[in-house]
Design a protein around this ligand. Sequence first.
Ligand code: AMP
Ligand code: GLY
Length: 427
Amino acid sequence: MRVLVVGGGGREHALIWKLSQSPAVKKIYCAPGNAGISSLAECIPVKAEETEKLQKFAREKEIHLTVVGPEAPLSIGITDLFQENGQLIFGPCSRGARLEGSKAWAKEFMTKYNIPTAQYEIFKKPREAYRYLKDVSYPAVVKADGLAAGKGVIIAEDAREAAEAVHYIMEDRAFGAAGDSIVIEEFLRGEEVSVFAITDGETYYPLASVQDHKAIYEQDRGPNTGGMGAYSPAPILSEQLAAKVIRDIFEPLLAGLKNEGINYRGVIFGGLMITPEEKLKVLEFNVRFGDPETQVLLPLIESDLCPLLYEAARGNLQSVSPPKWSSYAAVCVILASQGYPGKYEKGKEISGLEKVSQFENAAVFHAGTSFEGNRTLTAGGRVLGLTTWDPSLKDALAKAYKMADLIDFEGKYFRKDIGHRALRRTE
Ligand code: AMP
Ligand code: GLY
């Protein structure tokens, strides 16, 4: 089978790493890929949003399955385009992608289908939003409706901050058209957890739970990033809570999508809050694998990933068995460039990669790297995802941090407390 993976970060590297272990996969292309990916796949210089080019490429190369990493191409209809041309693709159609692409749509969907989520109001006019801010309790959460590269959520401590947030999103148009509408919602306390399922719209297979660390600094302080680390499974998600995820979230979600006539084939990724009373609330849905969540999920799948994605894309997921899970714990520690998630420099030489290549049950997934001759350079805010798995979370973490010391580049930054919540819970 020839497979095309769309995207070029750590998530895509992990997907390709796992797919390359499949006996069914003979050749992998990646658009645009990165330096690490190029050791497993042929990288082509096409961006993930260039959907027409990708469709033509897949046609020319007679690709059997295209797997989409990021949300942007899904939102603009890459799946619709492939399907219109009779080409197999894993990832939801643009109508399904609204679950992530429009927070207002997702909230209304959740209300309609009784999926637990924070109380909210939607506004299209700033004036009405300002008026509403007088009546809410604080902190309150102000969210741009559309895709804003993870930056469209502002937690406001008081009415003044909330008004600034409304102004920033709707009047300064900080995120462009993504801020034409906003959602203002109740602030929820508790601990976050991510849940995933692969579905063909009828059958779905839940994946393991994950927790990530969004904040740049230790103790989860400072601005949010795409994720500075992750681990799986998340000990907070007890069997009882996992059963609630199925009953209260996945079941009504799938039924709702079907009822709306959306034939959803891809990943469902729920960001949940577990409140101190052990109530589950959906903070957001994503319509793709998480990054870096994928880096810790895939090493724990002992069975072949390819048939799952292939049959989900074909609408025949029930013909394959659910994934077989390892009993290990997996962690990912991100090495980032100094300054991320703000401004940072690129082009710093990375050393020490060869020192960790012999580590067992470990993988270095490249997030933002490039080649210059035979040198590997930094090329993004998140540079590498040091991923390890082991019977014990503690040992997996120790190994990842050993790798973090052996690999170096100018301005290397990483959080030293990845997994702190899980460690506390398991000790
Ligand atoms: P979202 O993109 O909606 O998941 O929001 C990004 C992050 O903002 C989440 O992972 C939470 O940390 C935080 N967040 C979003 N909505 C809420 C809420 N209603 N209460 C508390 N924190 C929130
Ligand atoms: N790590 C969060 C995300 O992929 O959205």
